[in-house]
Design a protein around this ligand. Structure first.
Ligand code: PAF
Length: 299
């Protein structure tokens, strides 16, 4: 690495995050930074941070850019009977991780009443129809309305120049891209790569729901998607059959698959098998015990 690269990295490593709880405190910090001519990058999370979250902050921690990370387990993106109550809330550990990483300037950890001031039942909703009802949206009705509703609020509070989201939640990324374009939101969306455990399992807060036996079997999801990806790369065009075979493999490995599909990478529309130049993504979701795992691989 060049000398200037070294000094940029040193500068990025020097940040120590301040934790704030209120919208007002976020706005005060942002106005000070804006007045000093700095730009703002934003990494929204639900906490229980892992290397994937930290890498998103690292990717945007550039000189003269302040990094805001939110930690908020958003109730509106969980359906009835889903894991909202069980979702790991680990603010103390998260704060220690972010402090050690040194790439975040402000940690915003609000209460639901700060984000939804009129209460959950009367909260305004943002909805991205069609794509929001497919794939994960079909298995989790209302999930993406909850994501769109909270991300819109967070963007209005933080007013970032850059919004950073991870590839692991690929449908979420594409949906947010659509929402930002459709609502003319003044923010640039960037994608960070999926972080994986050494055996290939995509890092996720929900991996902690796996017992030892399930954890040993969990990389089979990525392996099944990789077989589909390799077949598509090799010229296979029978996408429905490939998805069905992957689901069968997952069932044999003890999963309950929701879907495995080959879609157009740009917008998750149905892939046109006849178009040899189309960029594609293999995307899948499957239950393993009480963990619902999602993953995707670009072809
Ligand atoms: O990806 C997540 O963790 C959440 O869906 C997000 C974007 C923080 C919204 O709650």
């Amino acid at each position: 690495m060049s000398r200037s690269g070294d000094s940029l990295r040193t500068k990025a490593a020097a940040r120590s995050p301040r934790t704030v709880r209120t919208v007002r405190a976020v706005r005060e910090a942002i106005s000070e930074w804006r007045a000093a001519g700095e730009s703002i990058a934003f990494v929204p999370t639900m906490g229980n941070l892992h290397a994937g979250h930290l890498s998103l902050a690292r990717l945007v921690a550039e000189p003269r850019t302040r990094v805001v990370m939110s930690i908020f387990v958003n109730p509106t993106q969980f359906g009835p009977g889903e894991d909202f109550a069980a979702y790991p809330r680990t603010l103390t550990e998260d704060t220690a991780l972010v402090t050690a990483a040194g790439t975040v300037d402000l940690l915003f950890a609000p209460e639901a009443a700060d984000i939804y001031p009129f209460g959950l039942n009367s909260a305004a909703r943002v909805s991205v129809p069609e794509l929001g009802r497919e794939l994960d949206g079909a298995s989790r009705p209302g999930h993406f309305d909850g994501v769109a509703s909270v991300v819109t609020r967070l963007l209005n509070i933080v007013t970032p120049d850059v919004l950073m989201l991870g590839q692991k939640d690929y449908q979420q990324f594409i949906l947010m891209q659509r929402m930002i374009a459709d609502l003319h939101l003044p923010v640039v969306l960037r994608m960070g790569p999926t972080h994986r455990e050494p055996d290939g399992l995509a890092m996720s807060s929900r991996n902690r729901y796996l017992d030892a036996d399930q954890r040993a079997r969990a990389p089979a999801l990525q392996a099944a998607l990789a077989r589909v990806r390799d077949a598509v790369r090799g010229g296979a065009t029978n996408f429905a059959d490939l998805g069905a075979a992957a689901k069968q493999d997952l069932e044999s490995a003890g999963f309950k698959p929701d879907y495995v599909e080959v879609r157009r990478a740009a917008d998750l529309a149905a892939s046109n098998a006849a178009d040899g130049r189309e960029a594609r993504v293999v995307i899948g979701a499957a239950w393993l015990g009480r963990a619902r795992l999602i993953d995707n691989l670009l072809v």
